[in-house]
Design a protein around this ligand. Structure first.
Ligand code: ADP
Ligand code: MG
Length: 292
């Protein structure tokens, strides 16, 4: 049932760019005790830029980049889009049509191109030991700068890597700070590597971070948080986040997120503005004190 107080709070929220899909979500938000954020596209802008390219000495960098971009062009992962963008801006080039492509959510892509089979993605995906041997300690430095490492391997072994840096949203640090001041435990959940997650979580000053989390594992993490905290929210933007948004007591989607995230969420941040979450909590607490 919609009370006059919640109706006025919902309309107040809408004016501020917070869309509540019902009064019950406002009521729940007033009891919020923990909040989990997805990293890419939520705490960060989700538009990573290629900062480093390292290729095997017997491989031409230009040739390597054309192959990688040709395969990544078929993927709609934010990292893939950034890689294609980078290669296109760098040189006049004709991308080649891959013979086949398979997206492996949370890991990377597999593509066959001109008779070679490529695996492009995280270390786990191309083989942790091969990756470590290839990068020889460099990735640790790159990751501690908050960069994401993407490895590329053909049927013979690792051919190269790219590092990409995504920037933290300008309001993210203050948004996390405000939530903490409201007594809410803050968490970052990501599929990215431990080191990269650590760097970004430090930048945002969240209380806790969970790295190397596969899409299906995000749900388990939310369930685990619900056992420790009575009311848990999840904030996300991607298709991968939708099950976790549904599992949380209050699912929050970024306004420019994918349709599935927007449909699943209870609350939508219309301008992607994370600072609106603590505003919404304050609003819900005020409404609750009026009702009582
Ligand atoms: P996040 O939780 O940070 O949004 P994802 O679960 O989407 O990350 O992906 C986890 C990791 O898998 C990425 O950090 C990246 O290393 C790798 N990955 C996934 N898709 C791709 C792709 N198309 N190209 C390269 N790497 C990928
Ligand atoms: Mg995301």
């Amino acid at each position: 049932s919609i009370t006059p107080a919640s109706l006025s709070a919902i309309s107040n929220g809408a004016k501020k760019g917070i869309l509540f899909k019902g009064g019950v979500h406002l009521e729940r938000l007033s009891h919020l005790s923990a909040i989990a954020f997805d990293k890419t596209g939520t705490l960060t802008k989700g538009k990573p830029e290629v900062t480093n390219v390292i290729v095997r000495s017997d491989m031409n960098e230009q040739e390597f980049l054309v192959k990688i971009a040709s395969i990544e062009r078929q993927s709609n992962h934010p990292l893939a889009q950034s890689i294609v963008e980078f290669v296109k801006n760098k040189q006049e080039l004709t991308l080649v049509q891959p013979d086949s492509l398979e997206d492996v959510p949370g890991y990377g892509v597999i593509g066959s191109l001109q008779g070679d089979t490529w695996k492009i993605g995280k270390a786990d995906f191309v083989g942790k030991e091969d990756a470590a041997e290839f990068e020889n300690g460099i990735s640790s430095t790159l990751a501690s700068e908050g960069k994401t490492i993407v490895y590329a391997k053909d049927q013979h072994g690792i051919v190269g890597l790219l590092a990409l840096k995504d920037v933290v949203r300008t309001e993210a640090v203050d948004a996390v700070k405000s939530l903490k001041e409201q007594g809410i435990h803050t968490v970052m959940i990501t599929g990215d590597s431990e080191k990269t997650a650590e760097a970004i979580s430090k930048e945002c000053a969240v209380d806790e971070y969970i790295a190397e989390c596969l899409p299906e594992a995000k749900v388990d993490k939310i369930k685990a948080l619900k056992e420790k905290f009575p009311t848990v929210s999840m904030v996300g933007d991607g298709i991968n986040d939708a099950p976790a948004l549904a599992t949380a007591n209050v699912g929050v989607a970024m306004g420019e997120g994918t349709d599935v995230a927007l449909e699943t969420a209870d609350i939508v941040l219309m301008k992607n503005d994370l600072s609106k979450i603590s505003d919404a909590v304050a609003l819900s607490r005020r409404m609750n004190s009026i009702v009582k």
